[in-house]
Design a protein around this ligand. Structure first.
Ligand SMILES: Cc1cc2nc3c(=O)[nH]c(=O)nc-3n(C[C@H](O)[C@H](O)[C@H](O)COP(=O)(O)O)c2cc1C
Ligand code: SF4
Ligand code: SF4
Length: 630
């Protein structure tokens, strides 16, 4: 038996020894902790102890169904493994009493079974499960990220063993032949980058994993690191072997403490087992991985800024060439890849390039991992084959827009991505098609917007982010984005004229073309795409002083329709933080406009049977000159 097979056998034995008892797996990752996962875990532990049941509680990572957090998977002998969502302490008590103690699986609040069975539908029976295809999220939420035995038991580190059996050139050939494109945004072929690095005649080389993930709304990389850290370590070690590097770094932002602590545990367990460190599995190959905690500046995710900050210099971008594969960290040949890029590597080496190429499209093989957020029923972490349309992703996987609202746009690619309208929903998701539509894949953040979202405000929000994060090195990026932001701010206040739109376009092109790095290069994307697809909204702000989505505070007024007000109900009065609502002599409620801070409380508080509060845009009350109610 090889050293690796021995490790696997021991791992499986340790896991098997614990079989036979009930296992409660609680999804504990940043997203679920915010929804109370730790309380749910503690509640299970204390209830199980109180009832003296033979059951274990174990932490797993993110299962992807963020809309239903906190999630728990219960594996009880004699029952299919069942997933439960939206748990709180009361439901925990019921599950422990009814299911763990008394064999009633409480199907009424189960989400799905994990494997086919005769009692309950599985995840794959729902559209989301049907259209998802998990290559790198497969084990996320199902294994214990803090126990290497779990990873070994699911064939973990088999890719590294396979790589060590081949020449480094053959490993690079496999990655090239898989046509794996970097998942950090630009989609550059990973194999080409690795090959260039391997050709450098230098003893010291580095492998760096980019886990900076600064895009607002994105959490894919964090979730992978929190849920299956060994997958990324294994990918990095294979890369180290392929290019001839013996040192790897993971650049992870300091705001990711859970990811960092699980990575630390994973690195030390891998070292203990001889899967990292000196002479891995008795071979000539030595490879060590260290964590570098970045301080969380968006621009530090850019490759040259990242290695600058690692070397203790200002985290600002540099001109290229030389390429990083030639001169990177400390001036040495370096491979820099995204978390997901490394995560695909073990599968490719283990199953062959054709396995990867079978998924997705010819030029964009494999899958795409997205953080699906915004106005979407099933928000969460999803993985679909490249080439899946946006419509399928939003309506089948995400189950569409909540509260019967109308779809308005999808913002894809992070702060420097683009906003695409309904007409673009049939675009296949891949690097090239999205680029042609004016958006980008980016790192995988997708924000769905509905009829209540103002596209000028959305463009302004993202531009404000990039403007704020500009390192200031280039004039166009530093001042051009500021000028653009000022114009957008004025438009949201109904100020300016149509000629400002031409100026915006001109500035956008200048910023795009005159910036050194892609922060400035892509910062105008939200403005360019909203101008391309939603120009009428800009025009309504400028020409009519009207915000069609009734979102821009300067262009709306709250009004209580006298004919609809119940007179006896005072729900709105109590909800108003500024005491702007008063009772008229006839009992009807009205708003003192000067006091109103447009918080939306009264609209939400007014009972649906009266529906008496309205938002007007332009902010002209009935009876006032030029009144025009929307
Ligand atoms: C402003 C800016 C921020 C970036 N942030 C990230 C990031 O957080 N993670 C990432 O992998 N790539 C990020 N990138 C892309 C990196 O520069 C680089 O292309 C990438 O890490 C290479 O890995 P890949 O080939 O696997 O995609 C960013 C680029 C720019 C311009
Ligand atoms: S484009 Fe912006 S972020 Fe990039 S180097 Fe220039 S000023 Fe800095
Ligand atoms: S919008 Fe807010 S501040 Fe204005 S009247 Fe309603 S509750 Fe009061």
């Amino acid at each position: 038996m090889t050293k690796f097979e021995l490790l696997r056998a021991e791992a499986k034995q340790r896991i098997d020894e614990k079989q036979g008892t009930t296992l409660v797996c609680v999804g504990v990752a940043t997203c679920s902790m915010a929804s109370g996962a730790l309380k749910v875990k503690d509640a299970f532990i204390s209830e199980i102890q109180r009832k003296e049941l033979d059951a274990r509680v174990m932490e797993v990572g993110c299962m992807g169904h963020c809309y239903a957090e906190p999630l728990v998977l219960i594996k009880k002998p004699g029952f299919p493994a069942l997933l439960y969502g939206k748990l709180d302490e009361d439901l925990v008590e019921r599950l422990v009493e009814d299911f763990l103690a008394n064999d009633d699986p409480c199907f009424d609040f189960a989400l799905a079974a994990i494997e086919p069975n005769d009692s309950f539908p599985t995840l794959a029976d729902f559209p989301r499960g049907f259209y998802e295809e998990k290559l790198i999220l497969e084990q996320c939420g199902f294994i214990n990220p803090e126990d290497i035995d779990h990873y070994l038991a699911v064939e973990g580190y088999r890719g590294l063993v396979g790589a060590l059996d081949k020449s480094s050139a053959a490993v690079i050939e496999e990655v090239k032949s898989a046509r794996l494109r970097g998942r950090g945004g630009a989609g550059f072929p990973a194999g080409v980058k690795w090959e260039k690095c391997s050709q450098q005649d230098d003893k010291e080389k580095y492998v760096v994993c980019n886990a900076d993930e600064g895009d607002p709304g994105a959490f894919m990389d964090r979730a992978i690191l929190e849920s299956n850290p060994h997958l990324v370590l294994e990918g990095m070690a294979i890369c180290g072997y392929a290019v001839g590097a013996s040192k790897g770094y993971i650049y992870v932002r300091a705001e990711y403490p859970k990811a960092t602590s699980r990575l630390r545990i994973a690195i030390s367990q891998a070292k203990e087992k001889g899967l990292l460190g000196k002479n891995i599995l008795g071979s000539d190959f030595s490879f060590d991985i260290e964590i570098f905690e970045g301080s969380g500046a968006f621009v530090c995710g850019e490759g040259t800024a990242l290695i600058n900050s690692m070397a203790g210099n200002m985290g600002i971008p540099e001109t290229r060439p030389p390429r990083m594969a030639v001169s990177g960290l400390y001036g040495k040949p370096t491979v820099l890849n995204n978390v997901k890029t490394f995560a695909y590597v073990p599968g490719i080496v283990k199953n062959g390039a054709h396995w990867f190429r079978q998924k997705g499209t010819e030029q964009n093989p494999g899958t795409a991992v997205f953080a699906l957020v915004g106005k979407i029923k099933n928000s969460g972490l999803v993985e679909v084959p490249m080439g899946t349309t946006l419509r399928r992703l939003i309506y089948d996987v995400g189950e569409g827009i909540p509260n019967d609202k109308k779809f308005k746009a999808v913002q894809i690619g992070g702060p420097s991505g683009g906003c695409l309208p309904e007409d673009a929903l049939d675009i296949p998701i891949d690097f090239d098609s999205l680029h042609d539509a004016g958006a980008i894949m980016g790192s995988g953040g997708i924000v769905v917007l509905d009829e209540n979202d103002c596209m000028v405000t959305v463009a302004r929000y993202f531009l404000e982010f990039t403007q704020h994060e500009s390192c200031g090195k280039c004039t166009f990026c530093r001042l051009g984005t500021k000028h653009m932001l000022d114009i957008l701010t004025a438009i949201t206040q109904g100020k300016g004229s149509l000629s400002d739109l031409d100026l915006l376009l001109e500035l956008a092109e200048d910023v795009r073309d005159g910036s050194l790095c892609n922060l400035g290069g892509t910062a105008p994307n939200p403005v360019l795409t909203t101008l391309r697809y939603f120009r009428d909204e800009y025009e309504a702000h400028l020409e009519e002083g009207r915000c069609p989505a009734r979102m821009c505070k300067d262009l709306i007024a709250y009004y209580i329709v006298p004919q609809k007000c119940s007179k006896l109900c005072s729900a709105c009065v109590g909800s108003c933080p500024t005491e702007a609502i008063y009772t008229r002599e006839d009992g009807i409620k009205a708003i003192t406009q000067d006091k109103c801070v447009k918080c939306d409380n009264c609209l939400k508080a007014c009972p649906p049977e009266y529906d008496a509060v309205e938002k007007l845009s332009p902010p002209v009350l009935p009876g006032e000159k030029g009144s025009e109610k929307k």
